[in-house]
Design a protein around this ligand. Structure first.
Ligand code: SF4
Length: 382
């Protein structure tokens, strides 16, 4: 068996459509005239990075050592305390805080959320950096509301020469990725794919290399090609789609027989998607961007010489072209890899990009998967 694991795509979709915690934190900060973060470690630092981007009235940090001083400046109902600690300190610290600060002035989120903030730091993004290369903009399925806009993207792909030049430039900056991911559109539509994969394995001998695919082309590949994937240790991440499910599930037996590793993103009975609605008004709440999978990922999204905040930014020209829109791609939405620095890249991963103002996750809805009709309302809310 070469299956390395699986999870439900429907679960991820419902998580995207259900996030509320950021609004609760934002409202707590707005309800107080001064905000302090308790805990000056990595979680505290992550909260500061996020709350600064939300323009919260952050006054500073409090720790067990400065709690007595804080007692002097604490004003009930005006001063708010956001707990920026991991669980292991709570039982010791909370009684001390509760003895000074009333419950309405304390924001204590669940452990997962605090740990998530602990990853929103320069150091964490630097030490866990991943490269995610877009190998094609087009696809052979074209799902409704596709999160990479493949149905409305003109066919284009990362050419072997461009890829080598960009990887060489990234290496000049001494960036040390812990993982390399290839995605699309559908990467197996890229005619240079196998050369790109072999070059990547030669350049990055020991790190994990994974490739997202809808699996449709795998059953058509000859055995030698499949064995090449085994030889260079590529892990396939196969997203299952109703329209091609039987052929793909048949392919698993073949993969098992040659030891080709694969991970499955499945679905229960009905496949669901979450909308990635873009609002041309650009009035998404300033806290909302932290609901984003891309903002919370340590991957940088690379395509033809640029690092993009996400696929919405790189696809903006296609959206504008297809639907006569005028979504602006501005400074801060991407970096030119030939004109940036290592530190600028890490800081790019702990920021709110201008394009995020078009994207309101809170409006995200679940819908039944289907094929695209290339209509604007698959991606845009008016
Ligand atoms: S626009 Fe911003 S919030 Fe939306 S997907 Fe891109 S990075 Fe995330």
């Amino acid at each position: 068996m070469s299956k390395t694991g699986e999870h439900s795509g429907n679960l991820v979709a419902s998580e995207i459509a259900g996030m509320k915690i950021n609004k609760e934190l934002y409202d707590f900060c707005k309800a107080h005239s001064a905000i302090y973060i308790f805990g000056a470690g990595k979680i505290g630092a992550g909260f500061k990075n996020y709350l600064d981007l939300c323009n919260a009235k952050l006054e500073g940090f409090v720790t067990s050592y400065t709690l007595e001083e804080f007692r002097e400046i604490y004003e009930p109902g005006k001063t708010g305390v956001v707990i920026g600690l991991s669980d292991k300190y709570l039982s010791e610290v909370m009684p001390m805080i509760n003895s000074i600060v009333s419950a309405q002035d304390i924001f204590l989120s669940d452990s997962d959320y605090r740990e998530k903030l602990g990853r929103f730091t320069f150091e964490y993004k630097r030490d866990n950096l991943g490269f995610c290369f877009t190998l094609t903009t087009h696809c052979n399925i074209n799902c409704k509301g596709c999160c990479t806009f493949a149905p409305i993207s003109p066919p284009s792909y990362y050419e072997y020469g461009e890829f080598i030049s960009d990887v060489t430039q990234l290496n000049k900056m001494k960036l040390q990725p812990i993982r390399i991911t290839f995605s699309g559109g559908e990467p197996f539509l890229n005619p240079d794919l196998f050369d790109i994969l072999k070059y990547t394995r030669k350049t990055y001998k020991d790190i994990k290399i994974q490739l997202y695919t809808n699996g449709t082309i795998l059953p058509k590949l000859d055995m030698n090609r499949l064995k090449e994937l085994v030889d260079i240790d590529i892990v396939l991440i196969i997203t299952e789609y109703p329209s091609v499910i039987d052929a793909v599930r048949e392919f698993y037996k073949c993969a098992d027989s040659i030891g080709l590793e694969y991970y499955i993103i499945n679905y229960e009975s009905v496949k669901m998607f979450a909308t990635y609605d873009l609002n041309p008004n650009g009035d998404a709440p300033e806290y909302d961007f932290f609901n984003c999978l891309h903002v919370n990922s340590t991957d940088i999204y690379i395509y033809k010489g640029k690092i993009y905040a996400c696929r919405r930014v790189s696809a903006a020209p296609y959206i504008n072209e297809s639907f006569s829109m005028s979504f602006q791609v501005r400074e801060g939405d991407y970096l030119d890899i030939y004109n940036t620095t290592e530190n600028e890249i890490y800081n790019f991963k702990i920021t709110r990009h201008p394009f995020c103002s078009y994207h309101n996750h809170e409006k995200s809805r679940l819908f039944k998967w289907g094929l695209s009709e290339k209509k604007a309302d698959e991606w845009i809310v008016y």
